[in-house]
Design a binder for this molecule. Structure first.
Ligand SMILES: [Zn+2]
Length: 104
């Protein structure tokens, strides 16, 4: 089964871009164009995202404490990577999952 397969109807309705935009399990997800089920990136992606953000955050703190004159660029780069890296990983790795978030 492809990682771009909808977990509900089994059709390959996602691509790297839509999968990247679907977000993790805590997000609303993206609706499958075929069956309309909202899908998100599953546990693997969610765990990776949490670990990456934690690691980047620790690096930000270390950079801040050491404070070289170019720290602003490092911190900015790390913060930017916290947004970009998990999306890139979501686009090419991990399986999709039906969104379990309840809409109010
Ligand atoms: Zn579907």
């Amino acid at each position: 089964m492809s990682i771009y397969t909808c977990p509900h109807c089994g059709e390959k309705t996602f691509n790297p871009l839509t999968k990247a935009l679907a977000g993790q399990m805590n997000s609303k997800g993206k609706a499958c164009p075929k069956c309309g089920t909202r899908c998100v990136n599953g546990e693997g992606a969610t765990i990776f995202n949490a670990m990456y953000c934690l690691a980047a955050f620790i690096l930000v703190v270390i950079t801040y404490l050491k404070a070289p004159y170019y720290e602003v660029f490092i911190v900015a780069g790390l913060l930017l990577s916290m947004v970009i890296v998990p999306r890139l990983v979501n686009a090419f790795c991990f399986k999709m999952k039906e969104s379990i978030r309840i809409e109010i």
